[in-house]
Write a protein that binds this ligand. Structure first.
Ligand code: NAP
Length: 281
């Protein structure tokens, strides 16, 4: 039977640590501040943005949610980012994705000052991550590394297999595992004999976006299984990319969905905002 990696508990611990540092900074006259821009009416995005605001409040940070209309032009959004780049009370800027069709996502990410890019999506921060010199790491992968570290799971020398190569999860988590001296294999939709590759994994990270895709026969006995997936079932329930019922009996550690990787993402955003505030002080 696997040990469950409790993302809610680990996230709460990290938030307590962040809150203590925020209190210290406040005593010294700086309140870390995060601006979150949302363009349009995407209901899922609205929930994410609200939760980011709540997260800031929980650790004592200032947050500002800027709602812009669906028909906002790229120039208007870039002007807003310029304004936030110049503000001294805002240390982190995040633009909630996806953006409406008329706006070029890459241009928007590139407009955020790298020192305020707390999502770590811009080219400079991705480059720093590759070099191992980053101040900010992308939030979901950074959260996974915290789950591993705080569960006492050593990465060095382990066979790490990542399924998925997105810019926000698969690629960066592969890089972070490599930086911790894992031996990393990245799989994707063109990978042949996927189950053969995944069965080699001591640490298996799954970020595909397909409900219950990884089954027990794809997992080695004793593997650590990290499920990044967040899929909605027809009945509205959240489920991961891993078939928990067949994988859990084989794994040594496993993250549940919900309550595994999910709670870590906003927590790492708060950590990045704190880091940004410290650097800009
Ligand atoms: P994405 O951009 O859609 O990428 C999916 C990746 O999975 C792609 O690289 C794709 O390969 C690969 N893939 C798809 N079908 C496959 C198959 N049959 N076999 C092997 N690989 C396959 O997704 P994402 O943004 O990384 O998100 C992945 C999941 O994580 C989603 O469920 C998402 O909701 C969730 N997520 C959770 C959090 C969190 O906070 N917990 C954060 C971000 C994402 P190709 O590149 O070849 O197409």
């Amino acid at each position: 039977m696997a040990q469950i990696i409790d993302g809610k508990k680990i996230s709460a611990q990290i938030r307590e640590e962040i809150a203590a540092e925020v209190a210290q900074m406040k005593a010294e006259g700086t309140v870390p501040g995060l601006a979150v821009i949302i363009v349009g009416e995407n209901p899922a995005s609205k929930v994410y943005v609200r939760n980011k605001g709540k997260g800031c409040a929980e650790v004592g940070m200032y947050s500002e949610i800027i709602e812009m209309a669906e028909e906002t032009t790229q120039a208007e959004l870039l002007a807003k980012i310029d304004e936030l780049n110049a503000r001294r009370d805002i240390h982190g800027i995040l633009v909630q994705l996806p953006l409406p069709k008329q706006i070029d996502e890459r241009a928007v990410i590139a407009a955020i000052s790298p020192s305020k890019d707390v999502d770590a999506f811009c080219v400079e921060n991705i480059g720093e991550m590759m070099l191992g010199t980053a101040d900010f790491l992308p939030c979901t992968p950074a959260g996974i590394m915290q789950l591993l570290a705080r569960s006492g799971i050593e990465v060095a020398g382990k066979e790490c297999v990542v399924i998925g190569r997105s810019n926000i999860v698969g690629k960066p988590i592969s890089q972070l595992l490599l930086a911790e001296n894992g031996t990393v294999t990245i799989c994707h939709s063109k990978t042949k004999n996927l189950a053969e590759v995944t069965r080699r994994a001591d640490i298996l990270v799954v970020a595909i976006g397909r409900a219950d895709f990884v089954t027990g026969d794809m997992v080695k006995d004793g593997a650590v299984v990290i499920d990044v997936g967040m899929n909605r079932r027809a009945d509205g329930k959240l489920t991961g990319d891993v078939d928990y019922a067949s994988v859990e009996p084989k794994a040594s550690f496993i993250t549940p969905v919900p309550g595994g990787v999910g709670p870590m993402t906003i927590t790492m955003l708060l950590k990045n905002t704190l880091t940004a505030a410290k650097k800009q002080k």
